[in-house]
Every structure is written in C-alpha cells, then in structure tokens.
Write a protein of this length. Structure first.
Length: 482
C-alpha cells in the first residue's frame, strides 16, 4: 500500500472537535453543579421528612398505635355477621400434638408432641402450597385440604438432670439426658428463644434461630409435668402451671420464682391473661361476708340472686389472669393482690371437668367447655350461676377447646366429634352453629386464631389426659361474611 493513498486528518477538523469538546465539558460542569444543588435540596427535604416521620413514630408509639398497625384485623372481621372457615393445610405428625404456639406475625408455627419432639413449621410457605399432600395423605380430609405443612426443623425436648452443662448435647453425654413429652410451649415474639415444659416438672429455655434446641437455662420448681406456659406481654416473665396443682410466676431475667398462686385443687389446664377491660371483677358468693341473715340489700341475697361485691379497679389491667383446672374450677387472680380475687365453682348438675376456658374479646365474660356437651358462659358481674349455657348435640361428648372470635358474637367449640362455629346471640335457634370441616372423632388440644383473624390453627391431641386424637395440625382460612 502506498502512502499517497492514506487519508490524513485535517488540522482544522481537530480544532473544531476540540472546541466542541470544550463546550460540552463546560456544559457538563454546569449541569453537575446544578445536580449537586438539587441533590442537596433533596437531602434537606428527606431529612425534614425523616424528622417528621420520626415524630409521627414517636406519637404512634406513645399512643400505642404501633401494635395495632402490626396486627390489624382483616376488613370487616370485627363487625361481621358470621365467618366462613375452610381448611387448606394439613401438617401430619403421627403423634398426639399436645402444644401449639406461633409468633404474632404467624410466620413460625411450633408444635410439641407426645413423641418428645418440638417441630417448627413455616406457615407462610405452607399456606402458599410449597408442599402438597399425596392422594393417600389427602384421603382422611375434605377436598379443600391439598397442601402440606412445610417442616423447617425439629429437635428433641431433652430432660437433663440438675447440674448438667447447658453446652452438652445428647451425642456428647447420652446417659445424662432423655426425651420428654411436650405438654406446654411458649415462644418469643421474634422466635429468638422458646420455653418448653417437661414431664419431670422442669422448664427448658432454649434458642431457636441460632443453634436451635440448645438449652440456655432450666427452671426447676414443679414436681410434676408442666402443662401450661403463658408469657407476659413484655416477655420478661412467664406463668407456669403443672399437674402438681401449682402456678408460679417466673422472672426470666433471674430465673427465679417471683410468686406462687396456691389453692388449686386439680391439674392446671388453662392460664390466660385477661384482655383490656374496665369492668371490675366480682367476688364469688363463697367469698362474700354477710353481716347478718337479714342484712342490707347491698350485702345479702335479693330475690334469690347474689349481688357481687366489686374489687375496686383491680381487675382492669394486664395483671389479672384466669386459671382453669381439670376438676372444673375456674379462678381469677390479680398479681397485685395477695389472695385469690374470685372463684367460679362447678355448677350443680354439671360434671366436674374442664379442659379449656377462654375470655371474651372484651374481657367481661368467660367461656368454659364442659364434659356434658355444653359451654357455660359466665359474666364478671355475677359468678353465682352461668349467664348462658350453649348446648351442643348430645353425641358431641366433651368440649376440649374453646376460642372466641373478634366480632364478639361467635366462638369456636371443639368437641370430640368435630369443631363448630357457634353463634352466641342465636343460641335460642334450633341450629345456632355450623360445622367447621377438618377434625373428625378426635380430641382437639389447641385452637389458635392469628392476630389478623385470617387463619385459625387447630391441633389434634389429648395433652396427656384422655381421648383419641387425629394427630394432625390443620390451618384454615377465615372468610368474613358481611
């Protein structure tokens, strides 16, 4: 190739290009300067908005609105006429499920069984259908149950003798630990740690997120199986009840008993904190003191009815809670009082038995499941007799679990034959309930309604007492009927 054929660039074209590049550079510098000014203004606006948001957050925290926002009910759940409950998920266990708890966000679901294992399920993945049941597994259930529970992990509920190190495992010292059936569970709101009750009366405090199942501390005071565990709202204390008829209030920071609540006459079945309410608690007729046989109207019986004596304003805080024993007696306690606040005895003609009891949504009434296919409703204004008795069909047998719903009108009643959604206000009708499909011919140990009232979780188990079980946990979706 000859050099004459090559095209050489002109000097003038180079100067023009350099001039254009210079002008572009000046424009870019100007635009960058303007962009920096705009960024500074945006940062100032963002800081102002953040300050306003922080002020709003402080106001919401001080007014208690944060908890309401985190656990808001689904629209219409509080004032609906009824609910439509349909099961979709079945978590098979092949053992009696005695304990069932979940985090407030309903992400993690924990179950405890008679086989001595604690299981952790991912409820979101289960509801989303990440695991499906086979045709053989779907056979015992209704057609809507097609999804299986997503099991994330499981570990042994170890019962270690006093003096065993918390860092030792079953593989390192197999002779020092044994498996214990799980009768009670309580979990931290963020699933950081978990409490489990043992058959020997010990309570294990163990990790969940990191080195799950590792026992951090043991609480020893009960002399028999721990059947109930209920955390306080601040999660620094726990109420425990057992088969030894004792109830203890534990300080979780120190690992000691702050107080014991004595006087129970049966194995503990329920410990439930009272919802917020301004209605004072009435004393039971047995605790009233009549000045004379014909005393004042305010003191003695009037027209065959007992007029209760009120305990000032001591029943309207979170310090009030209820205990129910398997012998059918219900007691109401106040942590600020040294003595028993009130007692609901067994009604005449009713079998002395109770496996489940719950508060109403407003904290002014108590629903008690009985062995003779009925649910007794007591008002805090008068404990002398039930204000209402909700009767189930004669073949329903014992009512093993009851749970109220947010509209204050319906309750879930689990008897041996099935689960029913009972309309309390329509109790005078011929059929005031409808059957919730799922469990058939088995004792239901626990029913949980999530804080948003979108799901209800039911567990089949006898809690170590009596009755056949379905050995399954069902997750049902709650639909609102306007």
């Amino acid at each position: 190739m000859e050099t004459d054929d090559l095209e050489l660039p002109n000097d003038s074209s180079e100067e023009e290009e350099n001039g254009e590049n210079g002008e572009n550079g000046e424009n870019e510098e100007e635009s960058e300067g303007e962009g920096e000014e705009e960024d500074e203004e945006d940062l100032e606006n963002e800081n102002e908005n953040n300050d306003e948001d922080d002020e709003d957050d402080e106001e919401r925290v001080s007014s208690g609105k944060v908890e309401e926002e985190q656990a808001s009910l689904q629209p219409g759940a509080a004032d609906c006429s009824s609910y439509n409950i349909v099961p979709y998920v079945a978590a098979l266990h092949a053992t009696s499920v005695n304990a069932l708890v979940s985090t407030p966000c309903s992400r993690w679901l924990f179950t405890g069984g008679s086989d001595g294992y604690i299981r952790r399920f991912d409820m979101f993945a289960s509801v989303a259908g990440k695991s499906l049941l086979t045709m053989a597994q779907r056979h015992p259930f209704v057609d809507t149950v097609t999804k299986g529970g997503v099991l994330m992990s499981c570990w042994e509920n170890e019962d270690r003798p006093l003096g065993a190190t918390s860092s030792s495992t079953a593989l390192e010292s197999p002779h020092e630990s044994k498996m214990s059936p799980v009768y009670a569970l309580a979990v931290h709101s963020q699933a950081v740690w978990l409490l489990s009750g043992l058959d020997s009366g010990t309570i294990n405090l163990q990790t969940v997120r990191i080195e799950q199942g590792r026992i951090i501390a043991t609480l020893s005071r009960h002399k028999s199986a721990v059947s109930v565990l209920t955390l306080d709202a601040d999660e620094t204390a726990v109420l425990s009840g057992g088969w030894d008829r004792d109830v203890f209030d534990w300080d979780l920071n120190l690992g000691i008993v702050k107080r014991s609540f004595d006087g129970h006459t049966g194995q503990l079945a329920v410990i439930s904190a009272r919802p917020s309410s301004h209605l004072p608690i009435a004393t039971s007729p047995a605790d009233s003191d009549l000045d004379s046989l014909f005393g004042d109207d305010n003191d003695g019986p009037k027209n065959g009815e007992y007029k209760p004596k009120e305990i000032g304003q001591k029943g309207e805080s979170k310090d009030a809670f209820m205990t129910a024993c398997i012998d059918g007696t219900i007691r109401i306690w106040d942590k600020r009082q040294a003595e028993l606040a009130s007692k609901i005895p067994v009604t005449r003609g009713v079998p002395p038995w109770c496996m489940s009891a719950c508060w109403s949504e407003n904290g002014e009434e108590i629903f008690v499941g009985r062995r003779n296919s009925c649910i007794e409703q007591f008002s805090l204004r008068n404990f002398s007799s039930p204000s209402r008795t909700l009767k189930l069909p004669a073949g329903s047998l014992a009512v093993s679990s009851v749970q109220t719903l947010p509209n204050g009108r319906h309750i879930l009643a689990a008897s041996y034959d099935t689960i029913r959604l009972y309309d309390v206000e329509a109790s005078n009708k011929s059929v005031p309930f409808y059957i919730v499909p799922g469990h058939r011919t088995g004792t239901v140990s626990t029913m949980l309604v999530d804080p948003t009232c979108r799901f209800v979780i039911t567990a089949g188990g006898n809690r170590g007492w009596e009755g056949n079980t379905t050995d399954v946990v069902l997750i049902s979706e709650i639909g609102v009927v306007p």
